[in-house]
Design a binder for this molecule. Sequence first.
Ligand code: PXG
Length: 454
Amino acid sequence: MHKDDPATLAAPALGTTPMPRQKMDAHWMPFTANRQFKQAPRLMSKADGMHYWTPEGRQILDGIAGLWCVNAGHNRSKIVSAIQAQAAEMDFAPPFNMGHPKAFELAERLVELTPEGVNKVFFTNSGSEAVETALKMAIAYHRVRGEGSRTRLIGRERGYHGVNFGGISVGGIVGNRKMFGTLLGGVDHMRHTHDLARNAYSRGVPAYGAELADDLERMVALHDASTIAAVIVEPVAGSTGVLLPPKGYLERLRALCDKHGILLIFDEVITGFGRLGSPFAATHFNVTPDLMTVAKGITNGSVPMGAVFAKQFIHDAFMTGPEHLIEFLHGYTYSSHPLACAAALGTLDTYAEDGLLTRAASMGPVFENALHSLKGLPHVIDVRNIGLVGGIELSPIAGLPGKRAFDVFLECWERGVLIRTTGDTIALSPPLIIETSHIDQIVSTIADVLKKQA
Ligand code: PXG
C-alpha cells in the first residue's frame, strides 16, 4: 500500500510501520453508536490478566471484565489450553439424542456450586437463550403437571433479560422494547426498586424498598395466581445501571412465590460465578430460586455458553410418558458445544485454584471505599456497590440523557481505563483478580475526568 494512500492511518504501530486503516463499512455493530464508533474506532487486539491492548500497543485497564464476563482475567492458561486441546480432539458433537463426556462432567461440576436442590443443568449459548429457555421451561412445567392455565410471566421495570422476544417482553428497558411491536402477550411488570430519595449512597444493599416485592400480590389480585407461571428478576440488576435489591426484598419475593405456587427465576447472567463474593447471588443472599439463568462467567467469556439451572422437581415433572419420547421439546444445535464445555471446565478449575468465587467478598470493602470517595465530585448523585460491582450515577446534561456518562467513558478510554456506561450511570465490574492498585487507577481516572468536566 502506498504511504500516501488515504486508507493508511497516521498512528504508527509501536513506532514501526503505519497501521492500515481497516474497512469498517460491512460490520453492523451490536448495541453500538455505529456512526460515532466508525469515526473514531476503539479497537482491542490483545488481552492478558487485567488488561487489553489496542492494535497500536496502548495498554487499557479492564474495569468491566470485558462485559461482566472475564471474571478470572484474560488469557488464563488452563482455559486457553482446554480450548486448544478440545478443538484438536473433537470439534462438534450433535447434542440431541447424543452426548459427549465433557457435557456431563461440566453439569456435575456446576451443580456442586449451585444452592441445595438446584441440581439440573440445561445448556444454551448465551444469556438471552438461557432466559428464553427458563421462561419456556416454567410455562411447560405447569402444563405437564396439569395446570396449563399458568402461562403469565411477571418481570420488572428496568429489568434486562437479553434481547430475544421473551427476554424483552419480561424486561423493562423501554428503549429495548419500544421498536419491536407487541412482544409476548400475558406479561406484566412489578415496579423497579431504584429510589434515590431514600437510598442514595447506600453501601451494599439499600435499607428501603422491601415492600416493593408486594407488587406481586397486586399482580395476583389482578390476574389471579392460577394464571401466573413465573416471576423473573435480576437479583442485582446490571444493565439498567446497577440496582441492588433492598434489604429483605428477595426473601419477600420468594415467600410470595411459594404462597401462590409461582416459580421464581433469578437471572444470574451477571451475578453468577463470584461477582458478589459467593458463587451466585442465590448463595450470597441465601434465597433459592426455582430456576437460574447464567452465561458470561461460565466460560470466563472465552467461548459463548449459557445455562439454566433447575430444581429437581421441575425436571422431574417432565419425566413422564413413554420413555422413547422427547420430554422437553427445546434445545439449540450448539447446546453443550464441546469447545464451550472444555472452556467452562478450564474456567471452573481456574476459579477454584485462585479462590475467585469468593474473592469479591474480601476485595469488596476496598472497592466500596474507593468508589464512595467519588461522593461530592461534580455531577455525582449516587454511588452503589456490592461485591465487585459498582454503579456511579451522574446527573444528566439537560436535554441530552446519557451524554455526560458517555463522554466520561470516552475520556477514560483515552486515559487507558475501560469502563461501561448505561444511561448516565457508570457501571464497573472488574475481573475478580483485581488488586488495590488497579482499583485506585480506575477510581482516580474517573475522578480526574469528572473534575475536568466540571
Ligand atoms: N440477562 C442479564 C441479567 C444480562 O445482564 C443477558 C441476560 C443476556 O445475555 P447475552 O449473553 O444474550 O448478552 C444479560 C447480558 C451491560 C451489558 O453493559 C450487559 C449485558 C449485555 C450487554 C451489556 O451492562 N448482559
